[in-house]
Design a protein around this ligand. Structure first.
Ligand code: GLP
Length: 250
């Protein structure tokens, strides 16, 4: 096998990257399959180690492969595309994809509002909040770690519910008659801490997405403040952008 053409102006590493990209995208290689070792790739393609490393880096930066220190390079799992326009629950997102949503409950407790929570939920300092920490699962695979706060007065018995198999949004709407209306969400990149990595079954330092959401009721009251850590290897986010009309009068 060579699959590189030295007369082609496209750099060798790009040609090698494209060769493996095609094999991954066609499904010939499946998520979890291992790529040959660097030395074998050098021999197969007749190129230097530096060129192979560049090709693997390019595949990794496109999210097509993942490198595991000391173990090799593997085809990455396909990512979930998550729309950012609709206020949906984890359960709804998963069922739309034909997956079974689940949760592993890590803790549930009543906590006093700290200044961060006061700011995000608009409650009084020291006010009573419910805090639920869960690992969110899709077909039993961990996708996200969620720490969620609700004002106690809005849903006082929430902690007594089965929070492993029930949708919290469904409980808020059906049991407490709260109509979730809109939410403001912030996303930023992060690196998994040792604890997050253990709970999400990834490696410490792997890329994650840190998401904060403040959810509002129709009357403007805030009902939820959620801090989530999503696996970076599993998600990509989607928004449709429209070009603003710069001179509407013309
Ligand atoms: C999403 C949101 C969380 C919300 C959760 C509710 O994951 N990021 O803010 O708490 O959905 O999910 P469910 O109703 O499945 O418990």
């Amino acid at each position: 096998m060579q699959h590189v053409n030295r007369d082609n102006p496209i750099p060798l590493y790009v040609q090698i990257k494209d060769f493996w990209k095609r094999r991954i995208e066609s499904g010939e290689l499946q998520p979890g399959d291992q790529l040959p070792a660097e030395q074998d790739l050098c021999e197969q393609h007749g190129v230097s180690r530096i060129t192979v490393k560049q090709a693997i880096n390019a595949l990794a930066s496109e999210g097509l492969v993942i490198r595991h220190q000391g173990r090799g390079t593997f085809v990455a799992s396909r990512k979930f595309q998550q729309d950012l326009l609709r206020l949906t629950s984890f359960t709804e997102d998963m069922s739309q994809r034909g997956l079974m949503a689940g949760a592993r409950l890590l803790s549930k407790q009543i906590v006093p509002a700290t200044s961060e929570l006061v700011k995000n939920l608009g409650v009084l300092e020291g006010g009573k909040l419910l805090c639920i920490e869960r690992v969110r699962l899709a077909n039993n695979e961990p996708l996200a770690l969620e720490t969620v706060y609700f004002p106690y007065d809005l849903c006082p018995g929430l902690l007594d519910e089965d929070l492993q198999s029930q949708s919290v949004y469904n409980l808020l709407e059906q049991k407490y008659g709260l109509t979730l209306y809109r939410a403001e969400q912030f996303l930023e990149p992060g690196l998994a801490t040792a604890r997050e990595a253990r709970l999400l079954q990834i490696s410490k330092g792997d890329a994650v997405l840190l998401i904060e959401r403040v959810t509002y009721l129709k009357d403007g009251r805030r009902v939820e403040f959620a801090k989530s850590v999503y696996r970076g290897d599993k998600y990509r986010f989607h928004v449709m952008l429209e070009r603003p009309t710069l001179n509407p009068s013309r």
